[in-house]
Design a protein around this ligand. Structure first.
Ligand code: FAD
Length: 310
């Protein structure tokens, strides 16, 4: 039985494991793929005190740091089910896809999230070569250039407003007849001079030249006409999906499937904490996930000292 068992090995999970282990309590970390989304990232320029690094390099550094401590690392292990303790003081159980099960007095759930993809030709091919998902991360790479934002919900419209201040021109493409973002955001977007808004537009392909994005094709859903827009970048903003399907029914989730946490990273189950992109924490970023992971581990430690079994 672990005192703290962390599920997920991204920035949140790594940070939680380090903080827990530094308290001298038995700590384990089970992750489907150590590194998480960071493993899929190229340049990272907003990890404070590290002006530039790359995903695989940061993953190696996180793993190295975790290995400095006595943490039981279980990589390539997928959690399938959470069975909460029958009563306070008893351990929680995590069932793994390989049939094994792990027990722990406290849990830190940090299974992260994934960006919803468009699923059109060119998207995969030009990922990180003009196709981007995170405006806070990659916006500055397109300074002065032309970009499109796909999606007219809150995140798409926020991204378009953010990008319009950095890039040369933004084309926002919304699938429906109207944008779905809050009115105040739509109003702000419409007031910006270097923004064009296209509604009823279905993106059908991301085109490339010399290995980089050169534009996109979309179909006008009212007339059926196909159009081409020449540009250098495409930000896909059609939703961030938390990896919490396996927790449904066992823990309280928001309407978007995020694990509901308070400012101490407590969930609806006593002794179960959560951190990072899988939770309701606003703004999904590496530094934020690291901070949240450490908070969750400190809360778990606090729980353990207050609920020690005699
Ligand atoms: P994740 O990184 O998603 O890690 C989740 C972990 O949980 C993984 O180890 C995964 O394998 C594991 N897992 C999932 N389900 C299970 C399960 N059932 N059982 C066991 N393990 C499971 N942020 C920045 O700050 N700067 C950037 O420049 C930046 N660029 C980005 C570029 C891209 C392409 C992407 C996709 C994201 C980028 N982000 C960036 C966002 C950043 O990567 C995330 O905010 C951060 O990784 C979230 O950390 P996390 O630990 O919460 O989750």
């Amino acid at each position: 039985t672990f005192e703290v068992l962390v599920i997920g090995g991204g920035p949140a999970g790594s940070s939680a494991a380090i903080y827990a282990s530094r308290k001298g309590i038995s700590t384990g970390i089970a992750a489907e793929r150590f590194g998480g989304q960071v493993a899929d990232t190229m340049g990272i320029e907003n990890l404070i005190s590290v002006p530039y690094t790359e995903g695989p390099k940061l993953v190696a550094a996180m793993e190295q740091h975790v290995k400095e401590y006595d943490v039981d690392i279980m990589n390539m292990q997928q959690a399938e089910k959470l069975i909460p303790a029958a009563r306070r003081g008893l351990p929680h159980e995590i069932r793994l896809a390989n049939g094994a099960s792990l027990k722990a007095r406290t849990l830190v759930l940090s299974t992260g999230a994934r960006w919803r993809q468009l699923g059109v030709p060119g998207e995969e091919e030009y990922r990180n070569k003009g196709v981007a998902y995170c405006p806070h991360c990659d916006g500055p790479l397109f300074k002065g250039k032309r970009v499109a934002v796909i999606g007219g919900g809150n995140s798409g419209v926020e991204a378009a407003i953010d990008l319009a201040g950095i890039v040369g021109h933004v084309t926002l493409i919304e699938f429906g007849a109207e944008m779905r973002a809050d009115d105040v955001l739509q109003k702000k977007l419409r007031s910006m001079k270097n923004v064009e808004i296209i509604t009823s537009g279905q993106t059908t392909e991301i085109t490339g030249e010399n290995g980089r994005v050169s534009g996109l094709n979309y179909k006008d859903r009212t007339t059926g006409e196909e159009h081409h827009v020449a540009l250098e970048g495409v930000f896909v903003q059609i939703g961030l999906v938390p990896n919490t399907e396996w927790l449904k029914g066992d823990i309280e989730l928001s309407q978007h499937g995020e694990i509901i946490v308070n400012d101490r990273n407590e969930t609806s189950i006593p002794g179960v904490f959560a951190a990072g992109d899988a939770t309701t924490v606003p703004y999904k970023q590496i530094v934020i996930s690291m901070g949240e992971g450490s908070k969750a581990a400190l809360s778990a430690f606090d729980f353990l000292i207050r609920n020690s079994v005699e």
